[in-house]
Write a protein that binds this ligand. Structure first.
Ligand SMILES: CC(=O)SCCNC(=O)CCNC(=O)[C@H](O)C(C)(C)COP(=O)(O)OP(=O)(O)OC[C@H]1O[C@@H](n2cnc3c(N)ncnc32)[C@H](O)[C@@H]1OP(=O)(O)O
Ligand SMILES: CC(C)C(=O)C(=O)O
Ligand SMILES: [Mg+2]
Length: 514
């Protein structure tokens, strides 16, 4: 099986992303991580473009252990000399020369003729070959270049001694079938092509950079140029992690090997994301936070029974600890039960059904359901199930700057009848508790009242815990709801119910106000 080499240009083309600026230390950190990932070639910068790039390329070339380090250069002698100065101490000095070959670039940008482009390329390759052990030459905008001209110029640079020819889709214009055909054509028609490495370098303007890179491999490319997280000029470059994992997972189809140590992928992606400030979208293939997450009940059930039903990549392959079953409004009972067991509860089926119903109601209102939310639902349900006497049916509270807070409550009483009562208070919680006290018909002292939010965010649940005493007994009650007053009422009713459960003989007589 032939091997495809990974040429990472995060530090050169990646840094060309508008607004992105990495300092020397940051570039060194990324280069060392790329080395650990096992990329074959690191393009560390464009040494002749500025002093910072020069120093950084030099420093990376000295520091990196296994990867070959290269730098970009125009076909200008002074650029080649500067690149040599930056790389001469590296283990395998390698230069990346480039010149545009498409009509539009030659005519409007370079203001040259095709013959001049060939002449300058040949001269630069020869000059570079006297210094560097590996010389790469790129036909910028190759995918918009006439194949006849490409054949001609490639033949000449091969004769001049080039080792690697890169055929970039500089503006992300090509399609998978077209680039595959282009590589196949040039491999067959360029004299000496069999003795050099052919490389692809795709941009993502039409969202096809990865697909085009893979098609180039099918067409015969032995090297792929790409960046971590697909960062780069305009819409970015082909993303390394996507190409690498596609080649691995579909090795049966592509029939190529690679040298990357895939479990370093996630760490590399996170490092680049942190240092560049480029947030990786949740749905990004391989490295997005949702790449191994499932929220739909049918998928969660499938994954719990056999993960390969919905996962073609194991999280561990790319250095992600585990997959995630996210609970939400589309989740089903299998995933819910799995979470309940994970939290250390093992309720009987009836209780589980009840809590699942409460969870579904909550999920309809709340975007992110946390473990704390589930825990609160389970704990609340447990005490309610232990002792159900009073049941809060509805609560309405009138408050306002110039109003006396008034609560109106409807409850199911221990005898099964519905009762309604209203009372005021100096604050809204007090109005609720005065009303409940009237309905319970006995003086119940509130000893302590605590409120906290369960999980974060604006839609977090409120959890209220109360300590009450009645007839020399004390009890704790807990209530959870989106609304603070509702949670307060649930907590109070819960505490009263627990007293009733523990001392049935002392039951306070309910008042009949309905
Ligand atoms: C497809 C790619 O990603 S190519 C790499 C792009 N990356 C960068 O441009 C980042 C670094 N660039 C720079 O720092 C600067 O552009 C420099 C230092 C390289 C050049 O800066 P300047 O001399 O001010 O020129 P400027 O950038 O305005 O224009 C580019 C010049 O290089 C010429 N040029 C472009 N490509 C090449 C090439 N491969 N070989 C020789 N000359 C080239 C252009 O025709 C233009 O020449 P002109 O001044 O005679 O018109
Ligand atoms: C310099 C070359 C390889 C390039 O980045 C491109 O053409 O996109
Ligand atoms: Mg590019």
């Amino acid at each position: 099986m032939r091997r495809v080499e990974f040429f990472d240009t995060t530090l050169r083309d990646g840094e060309q992303q508008p607004g992105l600026n990495l300092n020397r230390e940051e570039k060194l950190k990324i280069a060392k991580q790329l080395d650990r990932l096992g990329v074959d070639i690191i393009e560390a910068g464009f040494p002749a473009s500025n002093d910072a790039d020069f120093t950084s390329v030099q420093q990376i070339a000295r520091a990196v252990q296994n990867s070959t380090v290269t730098g970009l250069s125009r076909l200008v002698k002074s650029d080649i000399d500067t690149t040599w100065e930056a790389l001469k101490e590296s283990r395998n000095p390698r230069i990346h020369l480039f010149i545009a070959t498409s009509d539009v670039h030659i005519k409007h940008k370079l203001n040259m003729t095709q013959e001049q482009v060939i002449e300058e390329s040949v001269e630069a390759v020869r000059y570079a070959k006297e210094r560097f052990s590996v010389v790469q030459w790129s036909a910028e905008d190759a995918c918009r270049t006439d194949w006849g001209f490409l054949t001609k110029i490639m033949t000449e640079v091969i004769k001049a001694g080039v080792d690697v020819i890169n055929l970039p889709d500089t503006v992300g214009y090509t399609s998978p079938s077209e680039i595959k055909a282009m590589f196949q054509f040039l491999k067959e028609n360029v004299e000496g092509a069999e003795n050099i490495t052919l490389s692809s370098h795709c941009h993502d303007d039409l969202g096809m950079a990865v697909a085009n890179s893979l098609a180039a491999v099918e067409g015969g490319a032995d090297q792929v140029e790409c960046t971590i997280n697909g960062i780069g000029e305009r819409a970015g470059n082909a993303s390394l992690e996507e190409i690498a994992v596609a080649l691995h997972i579909r090795e049966d189809y592509y029939q190529v090997k690679q040298n990357l140590h895939l479990p370093e992928i996630k760490r590399t992606s996170s490092l680049v994301s942190k240092l560049t400030g480029n947030v990786v979208p949740g749905n990004k293939a391989i490295v997005g936070s949702n790449a191994f997450a499932h929220e739909s009940g049918i998928h969660q059930d499938g994954v719990l029974k056999e993960s390969t039903t919905y996962e073609i990549i194991t999280p561990e392959l790319v250095g992600v600890e585990t997959n995630k079953l996210v609970l939400g409004k589309l989740s089903g009972k299998h995933a819910f039960r799995n979470k309940v067991l994970e939290l250390g509860f093992d309720p009987p089926d009836e209780e589980l059904k009840r809590v699942f119903k409460a969870f579904k109601q909550l999920a309809n209102k709340k975007k992110d359901i946390s473990d704390d939310d589930i825990f609160a639902l389970l704990a609340a349900d447990k005490v309610e199930a232990e002792a159900k006497a009073y049941e809060l049916l509805s609560l309405q509270v009138n408050v306002g700057t110039h109003n006396i807070p008034t609560a109106t409550i409807t409850m199911k009483m221990p005898d099964g009848a519905e009762a309604q009562e209203a009372a005021t208070g100096s604050g809204s919680v007090e109005a609720v508790y005065n009303t409940l006290e009237r309905m319970v018909g006995s003086p119940i002292r509130l000893d302590d009242y605590r409120i906290q939010s369960v999980s974060g965010g604006e839609d977090a649940l409120a959890e209220v815990v109360v300590h009450v005493s009645y007839n020399q007994q004390s009890s704790i009650g807990r209530g959870t709801a989106h609304d603070v007053l509702e949670a307060s009422a649930y907590a109070y009713v819960n505490a009263v119910n627990r007293i009733l459960a523990e001392a049935p003989a002392e039951q306070p007589e309910p008042s009949i106000n309905s």
